[in-house]
Design a protein around this ligand. Structure first.
Ligand code: SF4
Ligand code: FE2
Length: 623
């Protein structure tokens, strides 16, 4: 008896959930219900299957076993499982980063069609890395930048990775060095987690978590940062502009293509191909008015912040986009893509096209991507979608009206420009108390949380308290759909934040992009710390992953904490089976890296705690 109104706060989403129910199409909410009750051992993190003497599980309350067959305690098992979650999350972000570096390498060395769009950004990244830029050819600078990035994935010495070294301030780096968590090599830290957590290696909660932190820093200040910076170089640094969001961006009379996943190396090309006059002509021949290419999830955000491409939704809306009956093709690459899409698509004419050599979906159409032939493949994909238009069953089409306008594209560069060239106006506002502080909110929807409810409620509560919000991922799409990214939304903020937003013409919450763009938040925090001559952990900042779900979110949360940021989770990760692990994450971490986790499912309560934390930081700074 779970009503559509209780599954999402968004009307367009509710409308499509109702359509799915009426047409007997199974969605994620049905599958969650079918899983009830979910495994209590799994929820607490106390089951282990790291060897096949197991699986073992620890009895958390009764007189059952307190040790696995090998002797592993609940603490060891929980810490190992947590470390593996971080490894997977860091691997996903960083492999994405690697793919972008490879695209640039392929462009420079083998003529792949990825010209450098933002030379200014290339030079600024090169300068940070200590690479000479004066009187040098762009290609030569690019080669050196690529080399530095490749080194971070492959060097074998114990020094900190190049990007973290170049981007993080000295105070932060010293903290990492003292704690023994400075990342040496993005890939190696992930591999080392797999080594340490295999049967019979590391059994100590603190040392396992420390390695988790190391890998997460290799993500935030390595793989994710590299993804962001290289994407800006290749596709342009996001600039502030108007966009549209929600399922209502699909168009009844057009060929609708939804690009879904994470890596813009593909989606950038699809968007280009969708503007090809020949293919538009072909679409018209099939009776459509044209081609409407829109985004979904993070690759959608990548396109939205750079080119103003509309976004059809966030994680929990992916099946529902197909339920509209109006999607000719959903083109997917990697991460956050439900395998169920293929089943939903079977109820319609929609083609699911998988494109990544890493990710094959049984039942989908496979058109695998290759950087060197990017343009041809993108055109083939768009043509496949166009040719599918005639298969659309008109009586099955129902596109919800719901869509919202939103301002997006707040890269650090664009934000600085909006502020007149430096962060000083923002820092002055923080010092004077007009703005009390900043909270960075990151992505995910989690089907266990009412879709977008935590994102919107937490954001609303915090802006009332004059706290500026920055953020990425599914949070950003939620806010875009809700109208929070409009400057006029500032009327819902406290007087101080409202005044600042009105004078600058900005919304009270800023969309910084996709989940790898969480690195932009780190860069912003670092800049502020440098300006004020303090460590990031001294600033009136906090973080939140309020509808967290993926292993990637665990990695992001961990590198936020390890960057000195107090970080809220609105959902509970599977760690409660170990008091010791919980204590390290929520208390001891403060002493080691200056930040820690805090779990609170109620966003109103969480806003109160985050506000109090920010006030405490202000007091300590004497502002
Ligand atoms: Fe059980 Fe130990 Fe094997 Fe895990 S590693 S399954 S606890 S015996
Ligand atoms: Fe994402």
């Amino acid at each position: 008896n779970w009503k559509p109104e209780d599954k999402s706060i968004d009307q367009a989403t509710q409308e499509m959930i109702k359509k799915a129910e009426k047409e007997n199409i199974e969605t994620i909410w049905d599958r969650l219900e079918a899983q009830q009750p979910q495994c209590g051992y799994g929820q607490l993190g106390i089951c282990c299957k790291n060897c096949f003497q197991g699986p073992c599980r620890i009895d958390p309350f009764g007189d059952g076993p307190k040790k696995g067959v090998c002797g592993a305690t609940a603490d060891t098992i929980v810490a190992r499982n947590l470390a593996r979650m971080i490894a997977a999350g860091a691997a996903a972000h960083s492999d994405h980063g690697r793919h972008v570096v490879i695209a640039m390498y392929e462009a420079i060395e083998h003529g792949a069609p990825y010209p450098i769009k933002d030379e200014k950004k290339l030079k600024s990244v090169a300068k940070k890395l200590g690479i000479a830029v004066d009187n040098r050819e762009i290609k030569e600078i690019a080669k050196d930048v690529i080399k530095k990035a490749f080194e971070d994935f492959g060097k074998q010495d114990d020094s900190i990775i190049n990007f973290a070294d170049a981007y993080a301030n000295d105070k932060r780096k010293q903290t990492w060095k003292d704690a023994g968590v400075a990342p040496r090599n993005i890939d190696r830290e992930v591999v080392e987690i797999m080594h340490r957590t295999t049967m019979g290696v590391d059994h100590d909660t603190v040392s396992l978590i420390a390695q988790g932190i190391k890998a997460s820093l290799g993500d935030g200040w390595g793989g994710s940062l590299i993804a962001t910076e290289f994407q800006d170089i290749l596709f342009g640094t996001p600039q502030i502009g108007k966009r549209e969001a929600n399922l209502g961006v699909l168009k009844e009379d057009y060929v609708n293509i939804v690009v879904h996943g994470h890596e813009p190396v593909l989606s950038e090309k699809i968007i280009e191909a969708a503007q090809d006059p020949e293919l538009i002509e072909l679409a018209k021949k099939y009776g459509a008015k044209g081609i409407n290419a829109v985004g979904m999830c993070c690759t959608g955000l990548e396109l939205l912040v750079r080119h103003g491409t509309p976004i059809a939704g966030n994680y929990l809306q992916q099946e529902l986009a197909i339920v509209t009956g109006a999607v000719e093709a959903m083109v997917v690459d990697v991460q956050c893509i439900m395998p169920s899409l293929v089943d939903v698509a079977r109820c319609f004419h929609t083609k699911i096209i998988d494109t990544s050599s890493l990710a094959t979906f049984p039942g989908a159409t496979h058109i695998k991507f290759d950087e060197r032939k990017a343009d041809e493949i993108a055109k083939e994909i768009v043509r496949t979608a166009v040719e599918n238009f005639s298969n659309r069953e008109k009586n099955k089409v129902q596109i919800p009206k719901g869509k919202s306008e939103a301002i997006g594209g707040f890269s650090v560069e664009a934000t600085l420009e909006a502020l007149g060239g430096s962060l000083q106006p923002l820092e002055d506002a923080i010092k004077s108390g007009t703005i009390r502080g900043i909270v960075g909110i990151v992505g995910c929807n989690n089907v266990k949380v009412k879709h977008n409810y935590n994102h919107i409620t937490l954001t609303n509560e915090l802006i009332k308290n004059d706290i500026l919000i920055i953020g990425t991922g599914c949070w950003a799409t939620a806010c875009a759909e809700y109208g929070i990214f409009l400057p006029e939304y500032a009327k819902n903020a406290g007087d101080g934040l409202r005044t600042i937003c009105e004078s600058l013409g900005i919304p009270p919450a800023l969309n910084m992009g996709s989940c790898v763009d969480c690195s932009r938040m780190l860069v912003l925090a670092d800049l502020m710390a440098r300006d004020l001559g303090v460590d990031i952990s001294d600033l009136p900042l906090a973080g939140s992953a309020t509808e967290a779900m993926t292993e990637k979110a665990v990695s992001i949360g961990t590198y936020f904490v390890a960057s000195g940021i107090f970080t809220h989770l609105g959902t509970t990760p599977p760690v409660l089976g170990s008091q010791e692990v919980v204590k390290v994450l929520t208390e001891n971490a403060f002493d080691i890296v200056g930040g820690a986790f805090y779990v609170e499912p109620d966003p109103v309560k969480a806003a109160k705690t985050l506000t109090e934390y920010i006030e405490k930081k202000r007091k300590a700074l004497g502002i």
